[in-house]
Design a protein around this ligand. Structure first.
Ligand code: F6R
Length: 362
C-alpha cells in the first residue's frame, strides 16, 4: 500500500508530479492564455472586488499566504492571508466587495469552518479550496474549487500543499483575467511556468539521495532556521513546520530581513540556515542575511536557480526557474530534508506524536 516506500509521507512526496498534473488538467488554455476553472461568479463581482481574504490553518495557511502574494501581483486587488483561528470580520471593508477563500485540505478543520461561518454571516461571498469532495467546507461555502491531490494519509501535509498553491495560482490568473489586470501574453507566461511544475518537481525528486546525504551532516543540529522573502517566505515557514512536526526538532521560518532584528541571537554553529534564493524572492538581499548567520558559524544551505551568485553557500541544491512558482519546487527539497532528518532519528513519521490529520475542534 505504501508502494514500496517506507512511509506514506515519502510516497506522497513522490506523488507530487502526478498530483500537480491532476490539478492542472483541463484548466489551462495556452493558446488563449486563460485559466479555465469551473467557477461562475455573479456578473461584475470579481471586477468590483476590493479584497480577497484567504483563511486557513497550518500548512494550508502557508499555501494561502503564497496565494495571497500571487493574487496581489497578478490581479491588482488587495489580498491577505489570515489564520482562521484569528479571523474576525470586524473592521473589514464592504462585504459585497470582499471574497473570502477558505483553504482546507480535509474540508473539516473546525477553525477554518468557524472563519467561513463568520464570513458567511456578514454576507461575504465565500469559496472553498479543498481536496475533499462532499466535505463540510464544500457545503458551507458558496462555491468550491478542488485541488485534486488524491488521498493524503501521512499526517504531515506534502502533496496537498503543492496542489493547493498550484490550484490557487490558477485561481489568481482566473481572477486577474476577469479584472483585466493581466494581458494574455503575461498570463501565458505564468501558465507555461505552471505547466512546467510536474517536470521540475520530478527533477528535484531525482536528487533525493543527495538531500539524504547532505542531511546526515545536520542531524544533531540544535535548531534549524529557514529564511526567504516574498513568496519564498511562506515556503520557509512551511519548511520549518515540516521539520517540527515529523522530527520534533526546533525549527523556525523567518522573513530573512527579520534575522538581524532578533533571531540572529539564536544563531550558532549548531543552527543550520536553509534559504530559498530564487528569482523574484530578492535573493541578493537574503544572501546577505545568510552571510550574517555564516559569520556566526552557521552552515548555510541554499535552494538556488542560478539567478544569483551563490558560491558562498556551504551546500546548494538547484531548481529550474519557473517564475512565480519556483519556491514551490524549492519546497520539495525542504520536504525531503525534513523527512531525512526525521527518518535518521527513527521518528513516527506518518503519525507524529500529539498530532491528528484532521483537527475538528476549535
Ligand atoms: C501540517 C498539517 C496541518 C494542516 C492544518 C490544516 O503538515 O497537516 O498544519 O495543514 O491542520 O488542515 P486542513 O488543510 O485539512 O484544513
Amino acid at each position: 500500500e505504501k508502494g514500496g516506500y517506507d512511509h506514506y509521507m515519502l510516497k506522497e512526496i513522490h506523488e507530487q508530479p502526478t498530483a500537480l498534473r491532476q490539478a492542472l488538467s483541463g484548466r489551462i488554455d495556452l493558446e488563449r492564455g486563460t485559466a479555465d476553472l469551473d467557477l461562475t461568479f455573479p456578473a461584475g463581482f470579481l471586477d468590483s472586488l476590493d479584497e480577497i481574504q484567504f483563511v486557513a490553518c497550518g500548512t494550508s495557511f502557508y499555501a494561502a499566504h503564497y496565494a495571497a502574494h500571487l493574487t496581489e501581483s497578478f490581479a491588482d486587488v488587495r489580498a491577505t492571508a489570515e489564520l482562521a483561528s484569528e479571523y474576525t470580520v470586524d473592521g473589514g471593508g464592504d462585504p459585497r466587495r470582499t471574497l473570502t477563500v477558505a483553504v482546507t485540505q480535509s474540508g473539516e478543520t473546525a477553525d477554518t469552518l468557524g472563519a467561513l461561518r463568520r464570513a458567511n454571516g456578514t454576507g461575504i461571498r465565500t469559496l472553498a479550496v479543498t481536496n475533499t469532495l462532499g466535505s463540510t467546507v464544500t457545503r458551507d461555502a458558496d462555491d468550491s474549487l478542488f485541488i485534486r491531490a488524491g488521498p493524503e494519509i501521512g499526517v504531515a501535509a506534502t502533496k496537498t500543499f503543492a496542489s493547493q498553491v498550484t490550484t490557487m495560482a490558477l485561481l489568481s490568473v482566473f481572477v486577474a483575467q476577469e479584472r483585466n489586470a493581466l494581458s494574455a501574453a503575461d498570463a501565458r507566461d505564468v501558465l507555461t511556468d505552471l505547466r512546467g511544475l510536474p517536470g521540475a518537481v520530478q527533477q528535484v525528486l531525482d536528487d533525493a539521495g543527495d538531500v539524504r546525504e547532505a542531511a546526515t551532516a545536520f542531524v544533531d543540529a540544535s535548531a534549524y532556521f529557514f529564511v526567504s522573502r516574498a513568496h519564498g517566505y511562506p515556503v520557509a515557514l512551511e519548511g520549518a513546520l515540516k521539520l517540527k512536526e515529523i522530527a520534533y526538532d526546533h525549527a523556525e521560518g523567518f522573513a530573512a530581513g527579520e534575522l538581524k532584528h532578533g533571531p540572529l541571537a539564536l544563531v550558532t554553529e549548531d543552527t543550520p540556515i536553509l534559504a530559498v534564493l530564487t528569482e523574484g524572492t530578492r535573493p541578493e538581499e537574503t544572501l546577505n542575511n545568510v552571510a550574517e548567520a555564516q559569520t556566526r558559524g552557521a552552515p548555510a544551505i541554499g535552494i538556488v536557480d542560478g539567478s544569483v551568485e551563490t558560491n558562498s553557500l556551504d551546500t546548494a541544491f538547484s531548481v529550474p526557474s519557473l517564475g512565480p512558482v519556483t519556491p514551490l519546487v524549492a519546497n520539495v527539497y525542504f520536504q525531503l530534508f525534513a523527512y531525512a532528518i526525521a527518518n535518521q532519528q527513527g521518528r513516527s513519521i506518518d503519525k507524529p506524536r500529539n498530532l491528528a490529520k484532521s483537527v475538528t475542534v476549535e
